[in-house]
Design a binder for this molecule. Sequence first.
Ligand code: ATP
Ligand code: MN
Length: 430
Amino acid sequence: MIVHISEIFSKKMENKEVTVRGWIYRHRTSGNMVFAVLRDGSGIIQATVKKDKVDEKSWNESNEVYVESSAIISGKVVKDERAPGGYELKVSKFETVYKGEPFPISKDLSDEFLLDVRHLWLRSQKLTKIFEGRSHIVNYLREFFSKEEFYELPPPILTKSACEGGSTLFELDYFGDKAYLSQSGQLYAEAYIYSLEKVYVLAPSFRAEKSRTIRHLAEYWHLEPEMAWYDHKMNMELQEKMVEYVAQKMVKNHPELLKEVGREPGELAKVKAPFKRIDYEKAVDMVNELGGKMKHGEDFGADEEAVLTKDFEKPVFVHHFPKEIKAFYMPEDPKKPGYVLCDDLLAPQGHGEIIGGSERIWKLDELMQRIEENNLNPKDYQWYIDLRKYGSVPHSGFGLGIERLVKYFLNLDHIRDTIPFPRTITRCYP
Ligand code: ATP
Ligand code: MN
């Protein structure tokens, strides 16, 4: 019977004859014994081969394999306290599927080397768990939005408009014309609300970020919901409900995975709505009281966010930023001139910003005025301006960085480990 390794442990298959398929994870020979650890997508198990218990072909092949050779192994499941997971396979048949060449990755290699061989390093236990976790997180996000009756639509990736400002755009040649890789699908998502009302886009965003940080990628996955009739308050409530939903699903369904990657499930269990809401000006004062140095009117950097969230066990909202440091499409609060109806959601423990959201200006005059104040060329935004001419309605939305959320939930040190092939200022290979 062919089984996945995890089933051997979960279904208590003691004394059963099973066959497992996978890759050699560790390998050691000693006299008339071979100790091999096999891994598959679900876990690892030790297999011991005794010379007098197998045919000659099995014995030879089990001796000659390399780490990462592929193999099919049959044997009896027996209890063994010393083996990882408490069970091992007493091998009756060992078949090498593909021997290949000696694997170039061994212990104690530099981060840079491991990034050079990322296509092979993806097989490591740590990255395997992380990407399993990432996949669950993305599934739960989609599940959440489906329950909330949102529609998912794709945004274009090749665009003419510079959404978040020109400095971090990747430019390309579009049949002899200039175009850019999209930095955000938001403006397009706004076009979708006039028909489907509650929508989201999930697509890569590209930012030529010049700074080298542990939370910026040049290519990242961006989830951007946009909702007709939602105001600032409803927008924040949706964000916290979404973050809570995914956190609780991870704690309930994948506590072992969380532990293995270094996140205490108990910490994530505390991620429940409501999250604290702090006014921008108050937040700046708090940073300064807690020993940070920040001027009013400045944006929070990674250090300031870490200081601000250090006493919190769950994410916090900072809202009402000065309009000068936020995007042109965010409306001023009529009750607080000079400040816009926006929020950033900051994760604790140094993880920092995971979401940026706001109401969107929906009145034509106001939009034209802000485009002018920001020295933008209305021509570049003609289609977006058009949306305010026909049946405009109040609406809100936000942008969640998938990799930022994964980094936070799985408690990873660096954003590059949240995505299989990270693109950064110094790396676009493999
Ligand atoms: P930051 O201040 O951290 O650079 P931002 O203000 O540029 O973020 P937005 O333009 O509001 O971010 O983008 C929305 C979300 O996209 C952010 O909250 C974050 O989760 C994510 N994000 C932004 N830039 C990057 C990046 N370079 N790499 C990964 N995720 C990013
Ligand atoms: Mn940025």
